[in-house]
Write a protein that binds this ligand. Structure first.
Ligand code: NAI
Length: 394
């Protein structure tokens, strides 16, 4: 199988290293940035391989080709993996589209919100010939050790949800990819379900809001704990955001009897499902976060200034999770006519932090909507057309 990995960050290093150790896989890496491609080539020329450090030992792989030229590296790819932040999906897909072969599988790890709408619009005339899929999250926590040379995998998730367009392909894609990635991929009903099921869109902006919405502008001596810093107030914010997504889920299930949104769990159930053995005290949502070993010691994103540390409002917890995930869910709620007052409160604060505008007077019509994944941005004006699009060819 010919595999093309797109991107040059942590996730791309892990994928390129892990996949290129396997026989029968020809792994190529597409980097849009010339400088990154040069560094990968230098690294591979120097040490002839890419090292992956796993908790259980080292793997050594070697991609067969690295290039910043789409015309050179995209043709022939059977499986395309976008190992990119969501804001780069569209631009990279646009660069690749003319060179994609029919029947290619094109997937994003992670998908974030409304990846199907982004991909279908960007692929344009090629869309009907290409199969699209997304993972709910990246299967690994990973960090580059030496650029183009080595990466450390800190942990691997036990199960990750996968959805596709056309929706019925998800079991086949999950069965093919699970052994390649070494992860149990669970097919779910649709990319709409994956959009609403994303918990990062609630947890990350919700905790940032809870920690910093009343910040007085004075630098901190040390970074606050992120998950363990959740107090009853922030837990209440997270609960309300999750309740609003559940309200939306039940509204859609009542309207569309065929629609399966069982993967859209409430936050408390999701925590217990995902971290069963890591939670010491699951009596409340707050305690399920603060007593979760996987979250212990993790700090809020901060940047250094004279006199200490200040919150980094451009960290991905806001700059990716709000425009490319929470706004997508908010857009679906708006089409469905389901009010989301708590989510709106967080979005209003976050858009101020980002210096962007999505919500105006309670409606998604801000000037930066084009830099989001709201379905309105892709021309959807009714919940019927959006939901039907998950099961209809374009
Ligand atoms: P990263 O920041 O290491 O990778 C960024 C890479 O994306 C750049 O090196 C570049 O190759 C590419 N890129 C960025 N902007 C681009 C543009 N405008 N045009 C073309 N290419 C561009 O990110 P990382 O860590 O690899 O994460 C990828 C995704 O996985 C993100 O959505 C992240 O939130 C998610 N994720 C990452 C985890 C991790 O442990 N690294 C864990 C869970 C999720």
């Amino acid at each position: 199988m010919n595999i093309l990995i797109c991107g040059g960050g942590n996730a791309a290093h892990a994928l390129a290293g892990l996949l290129s150790t396997q026989e029968d896989l020809r792994v190529r890496v597409y980097l849009s940035f010339e400088d990154e491609a040069r560094q990968w080539k230098e690294g591979l020329a120097e040490q002839k391989s890419l090292h992956v450090h796993l908790p259980q030992g080292e793997l050594v792989g070697r991609p067969v080709q690295v290039s910043s030229q789409a015309a050179e590296i995209v043709p022939g790819a059977d499986l395309v993996l976008l190992a990119l932040p969501a804001f780069a999906h569209e631009v990279v897909l646009r660069q690749m589209t003319p060179h994609l072969q029919p029947a290619a599988w094109v997937g994003a790890l992670p998908a974030r919100g409304c990846f199907d709408l982004c991909a279908l619009q960007t692929l344009g005339e090629k869309a009907p010939a290409v199969n699209i899929f997304g993972l709910q999250t990246l299967p690994w926590a990973c960090r580059i050790e030496r650029y183009g040379r080595s990466v450390r995998v800190l942990g691997t998730k036990a199960k990750v949800d996968l959805a596709s367009w056309p929706a019925e392909l998800a079991p086949q894609i999950a069965a093919t990819l699970s052994p390649l990635l070494g992860v149990n991929l669970q097919p779910v009903s649709s990319l709409l379900s994956l959009t609403l099921a994303g918990t990062g869109q609630l947890i990350h902006p919700g905790i940032m809001y809870g920690l910093f919405h009343n910040w007085d502008g004075q630098p901190y001596a040390q970074a606050p704990l992120f998950y363990q810093g959740i107090d009853p107030y922030t837990a209440g914010i997270l609960q309300s955001m999750s309740d609003e997504v559940q309200e939306l889920r039940h509204n859609l299930e009542a309207r569309f009897s065929w629609l399966d949104l069982t993967a859209v769990r409430n936050l408390y159930d999701w925590l217990r499902f995902s971290y069963t053995s890591d939670i010491a005290d699951d009596t409340t949502l707050q305690s399920a976060f603060t007593s979760n070993r996987s979250y212990a010691g993790l700090q809020a994103p901060m940047r250094s200034v004279d006199g200490g540390l200040v919150p980094d409002f451009h960290a991905r917890y806001i700059s990716e999770d709000v425009p490319y995930a929470l706004i997508a869910t908010r857009g679906i709620a708006e089409l469905a006519g389901v009010p989301t007052p708590q989510i709106d409160q967080v979005i209003r604060w976050a858009q101020g932090c980002l210096g962007q505008e999505f919500l105006v007077s309670g409606v998604l019509r801000g000037q930066d909507l084009g830099a989001s994944r709201a379905p309105q941005r892709y021309g959807y004006q009714s919940i019927n057309s959006l939901v039907e699009s998950t099961r209809m060819p374009v």
